[in-house]
Design a protein around this ligand. Structure first.
Ligand code: GLU
Length: 423
């Protein structure tokens, strides 16, 4: 009957969401106790020689929430707000994400509390390698497989893999995913998360009897997830009326030239929209993207964007969560009252980790697929999972988030029951 609570909002939300769904499923108290805790929460110090010769010690973390189904799986983020509770919340979310996706992993997450935007490449490289050495004892192809997350990408994965490979004396491709194509990565992985998010948006329009060509969409965040979401929606014929990043909102009721925006960030030294413009484009404030009148809003930035302060002003009819945890429970309640439909994060953004699974499978066999093969398999799984959650929600008359939780928890609980408690 004991229930954990946390001061960290994201962790508290993750626990509440889990307990709520578990109770509705009438999961046993034993299983609630097991799945409400994390198997391992590791904190490390990461000493880095800065370019001016001084040593700065950063804090790093890796949390493994569950390895019931398979190796822990989840990203590594570099951000000033990273802490162990945030990592635990995101690790739990990964457990449900992998379970719902039907892939053979548990959930993990890690990160370093730092501001990568103020660091040089050399400083980031030294920090990433030091972190790799510190977490090396608990990661591995069959233990825990990290991947990119906020402010990390292919380059960071190469530093991590290279460090661990050199420490172990052999090539370790299966220990990290999200690697560049030239170094054990797979064609399709970079776009996979955004591609999957957009697929959920298109599937949602379909069940609502709509078509992308008649839909106006807004995308918050123009990093890896947001940019490929916007590109895929535009390619499907949707009108992308607003995009944003830390430099502001860029909007046009006529529709933006998303390819031009993508080329802009590709050429920008910090991968930002700063200075972007196209025909009809107007620049607005940072959070204005959330309040644009549109059919689909894709929050693809950080957690907590749609909360008790912002949810009331949302004009979008439907939301597809590209980021992890972009809507708080208070925000969710307000959206629910307004009749806004929400496709939950761990369904919508699961294309990333499903793509990681494809990369891992290719690394294990040493045989690479074509991009077409990769994308076809990804779309097939995303569509199937969307339908599973949609049908579950319809038949039990619950919201999609609750339905996704119930389906995901069920599979982990079944495996826990089969395996029993040893460690
Ligand atoms: N960081 C991504 C996520 O939150 C990808 C994780 C992975 O591929 O392991 O889903």
């Amino acid at each position: 009957m004991t229930r954990r609570t946390a001061t960290n909002v994201l962790l508290d939300t993750a626990l509440k969401n889990f307990y709520g769904a578990a109770e509705e499923m009438e999961l046993s108290e034993n299983l609630i106790a097991v799945l409400g805790s994390s198997e391992r929460r590791l904190e490390v110090s990461v000493p880095v020689e800065m370019d001016d010769g001084s040593i700065q010690v950063f804090k790093g973390y890796r949390v493994q929430h569950s390895t019931a189904i398979g190796p822990a799986k989840g990203g590594i983020r570099f951000h000033p707000d990273v802490d162990v509770d945030e990592c635990e919340a995101l690790a739990m979310l990964m457990t449900w994400k992998c379970s719902l996706a039907g892939i053979p992993y548990g959930g993990g997450k890690g990160g370093i509390a730092c501001d990568p935007l103020t660091m040089s490449m050399k400083e980031k490289e030294r920090m990433t390698r030091a972190f790799a050495a510190r977490i090396a004892p608990i990661i591995g192809t069959w233990q825990d497989v990290p991947a990119p997350d906020v402010n990390t990408g292919g380059q960071e994965m190469v530093w991590l893999m290279d460090t661990v490979s050199k420490l172990r004396g052999h090539t370790e491709p299966g220990t990290f995913t999200g690697k560049p194509i030239s170094y054990w990565g797979s064609k399709g992985r970079t776009a996979a998360t955004g591609y999957g998010v957009a697929t959920c948006g298109i599937e949602l329009l379909k069940v609502l009897g709509r078509e992308p060509k008649d839909a106006a969409v807004a995308v918050q965040g123009f990093g890896n997830v947001g940019s490929y979401t916007a590109l895929t929606m535009a390619a499907a014929g949707a009108k992308v009326v607003a995009i944003s990043d830390v430099t502001g909102t860029y909007c046009s009721p006529k529709g933006l030239d998303v390819q031009k925006a993508f080329d802009h960030i590709t050429a920008h030294p910090k991968k930002l929209l700063e200075g972007f413009t196209c025909s009809g484009c107007e620049k607005q404030g940072l959070s204005d993207v959330l309040f644009v009148d549109c059919d689909l809003l894709f929050p693809c930035a950080l957690e907590g964007a749609i909360n008790e302060k912002t949810a009331g002003q949302v004009k979008a009819k439907n939301i597809v969560e590209g980021a992890n945890g972009p809507v708080t429970p208070e925000g969710d309640a307000i959206l629910d009252e307004k009749g806004v439909l929400v496709v939950p994060d761990f369904l919508a953004n699961s294309g990333g980790v499903i793509g990681s699974y494809f990369e891992w499978a290719q690394n294990l066999s040493g045989y690479f697929w074509t991009e077409e093969e990769y994308n076809n398999r990804l779309i097939h799984i995303m569509k199937g999972n969307f339908k599973l959650v949609w049908d579950y929600a319809q038949s039990r008359k619950v919201k999609m988030r609750r339905a996704a939780f119930m389906a995901a928890i069920q599979r982990v609980a079944d495996v826990e029951r089969l395996r029993g408690v040893f460690l």
